[in-house]
Design a protein around this ligand. Sequence first.
Ligand code: PHE
Length: 337
Amino acid sequence: MNAADITRLTQEALEEVRLAADTAALEAVRIKYLGRKGLLPQLMKALKDVAPEERPEFGRQANTFKQEVGAALKARGQELGAGPAHTATLFDCTVPGQWRGLGSRHPISQVIEEATRIFHSLGFTVADGPDIETEYHNFDALNTPDDHPSRDIQDTFWLETGELLRTQTSPVQIRVMEKQPPPVRIIAPGRCYRRDTTDATHSANFHQIEGLYVDTHVSMAELKSDLTYFARQMMGPKVNIRFRPHFFPFTEPSVEYDFSCHLCDGRGCRVCKNSGWIEISGAGMVDPAVFSIVGYDPEAVTGYAFGMGVERIAMIKYGIHDIRLLYDNDLRFLQQF
Ligand code: PHE
């Protein structure tokens, strides 16, 4: 093949373009000449076999071939109605777009955000800690002895490193107090893990919001009033709160606390199992032993701490009867919030 051949082939190609009767025929011409296995790539391959003195002219002709045939294809395409100019007139900008729908926040995130807003208004900031905790932060520093049942392999996900998936958000208390001197006023929302068999009210993976307030004169009265304020902001203005004596290794005295049922005003209904009360979680005054462990002077400061179950609050607030619904990722469920 030489330069003259290319000139002839160019004429042939232009003629075929001119004769193409519809866009399909035109496309066939394009493939034949400019396609991946078409004539143009063959020309480019042939270039290396051309005698060196003929190469420049051969290259020039090949280039002309590419440009002229390309331009002719484009022009003919527009004539046949496939060109961009024509498509533009077919585009109806008044047709409604395809709506993909906005996402919404997961109920667990909604409760955490709402709780953060409420505690923020009481002067709390948000603290954070790792999901993979040291045994020290999750248990020892929280005054929880070696033989405590929650340290059992049955209750806790232990890792081969000796670390564990935190069973509670309370280790964040320790991490915060290790890092800063009093006063402290933080909440710590986050994921927790326990070896629970999953059922309608248990999940091996759940969320808590920890609270810690340490200063010189913090009392149980403040614990109760702050939790009451929270309960009324979160569940409704008539909600009451009650403390029941309990035990936690890291608070003394310790309580479990309940909200009065926001649905029946405490009279008794299905949601509160006719008791009028809904259990939220534990709380108490920070045990002086914990202050000593983190290097605070137990004679100088007092503090309260609480934990609350996020799923539990979400379930009673939104009337969700099965905790598993919160983790199924079923859009029919999630779109309701
Ligand atoms: N961490 C405790 C639990 O998971 C709850 C708690 C938090 C109790 C803070 C007292 C103070 O059960």
